[in-house]
Design a protein around this ligand. Structure first.
Ligand code: SF4
Ligand code: SF4
Length: 383
């Protein structure tokens, strides 16, 4: 089976929102044109023949407008017609209207949007009026039957409201994807919103318990990915897999980067799609060398960790961006990953090899009256 490949297209870094903890967006800056999309497609077509997911990210990708997507989506499909192509988008949905929704629905583009909880809490972090504008966009998406999942960013402040946040997701039936707020590289107070790794670990265990307590009504995508990783013994999302060479991002001007998180950082640029760099040329860049050094560091540093196969040292951006590219450690969220992976692996072992384990697994019943990891797995398989 070929390795799935991920291309992130960043039409612009501009964004009309003003989220307090944002580390990537701008209020001005260039917009990708269709020639760049054409060149990006031709570059990928020559680079490999893997199935590909193309994700539109930002900034705010809907700022590119309907004409862009009406031309870009079929252009990519035609240019990569010899392989399986899937699309995705990350957007605050403020600009989603019927015309945009029609083209996104026609090309099966699921959307991840962002709400941090109930209106007051969300707007205290993301700015006044954010909640209502995103909710209006979600209604447009629903009319066009576009699947929407909801990224919830937990900050040092909002984590104290975690019960209210879970209630909000339960009441609305939203699928949750959790993001821990990262230290900002641009802010004079980089840790003002960042979620400490220890708190992040406890939050993940809390969400696991909430997920199990509300099995069938609540879904937390991060927990699914963590459980799946423990089960199949390899990471199934980029954070817990080796993303080097299986993910690239293309910025508004055609610049190539290892991931959307690096877009706009000159020291992480790997070339331009108009020059169609070969695999060998990509591997000769400084950005590749740094990420390869991180991979080697993980092999050594995490060698004795029981979770290395499905954690892989976490996200290289988290590890390398704050140090200017120098490999000084693994992802600082290691503490959190270890906490949740220990919890899932230990509970799974107890369920499988404890009293009546296999029998309970085969019968699919709840042990001790409470759902466990195996019940969660059954739920995942039946989706
Ligand atoms: S750098 Fe981090 S966010 Fe980007 S693809 Fe790699 S693991 Fe994912
Ligand atoms: S949990 Fe920490 S030590 Fe273990 S593999 Fe992940 S980053 Fe490395």
């Amino acid at each position: 089976m070929k390795t799935p490949f991920h291309l992130m297209l960043i039409p612009t870094l501009r964004c009309p929102a003003k989220c307090a903890y944002c580390w990537s967006s701008e209020h001005q800056g260039p917009m990708m044109d269709l020639e760049t999309v054409r060149a990006a497609t031709a570059w990928i077509a020559a680079l490999n023949d893997s199935p590909v997911t193309v994700t539109f990210h930002g900034g705010e990708p809907l700022l590119a407008g309907p004409e862009f997507y009406e031309a870009a989506l079929p252009m990519i499909e035609e240019g990569l017609a010899s392989r399986t192509v899937a699309f995705a988008m990350q957007s605050n949905l403020w600009l989603l209207d019927d015309r945009l929704a029609t083209v996104l629905a026609a090309h099966n583009v699921p959307i991840g949007t962002s709400l941090d909880g109930p209106p007051e809490l969300n707007d205290s972090q993301r700015g006044t009026g954010y909640f209502e504008r995103t909710r209006a966009g979600m209604e447009v998406a629903a009319r066009h039957e576009i699947p929407v999942s909801v990224i919830c960013t937990f900050t040092a402040g909002s984590v104290k409201e975690k019960d209210a946040i879970v209630r909000f997701f339960l009441e609305n039936g939203y699928v949750m994807k959790l993001h821990p707020a990262l230290p900002s590289l641009r802010d004079s107070r980089p840790d003002a919103y960042a979620l400490a790794p220890e708190e992040y670990g406890e939050l993940l265990v809390y969400l696991l318990d909430q997920y199990l307590a509300h099995l069938g009504s609540l879904r937390v995508m991060n927990i699914d990915d963590i459980v799946k990783g423990v089960l199949v013994r390899r990471g199934t999302v980029c954070t817990f897999a080796d993303c080097l060479g299986s993910t690239y991002a293309v910025g508004p001007d055609g610049g190539i980067y290892p991931c959307y998180r690096f877009v706009g950082m000159d020291e992480w640029r790997m070339g331009n799609v108009r020059d169609a760099p070969t695999q060998a040329e990509l591997e000769s860049t400084e950005a590749w060398r740094r990420l390869a050094a991180f991979r080697e560091y993980v092999d050594e540093h995490c060698r004795d960790c029981r979770h290395i196969r499905y954690c892989r040292g976490g996200c290289p951006y988290n590890a390398l961006a704050p140090t200017g590219g120098e490999v000084a450690g693994v992802d600082p969220h290691c503490v959190a990953y270890r906490r949740i992976y220990d919890e899932v692996a230990d509970r799974l072992n107890a369920e499988m090899f404890g009293e009546g384990g296999m029998e309970a697994m085969i019968a699919g019943r709840r042990r001790g009256g409470k759902p466990g990891i195996m019940n969660l797995m059954q739920q995942m398989v039946s989706r």
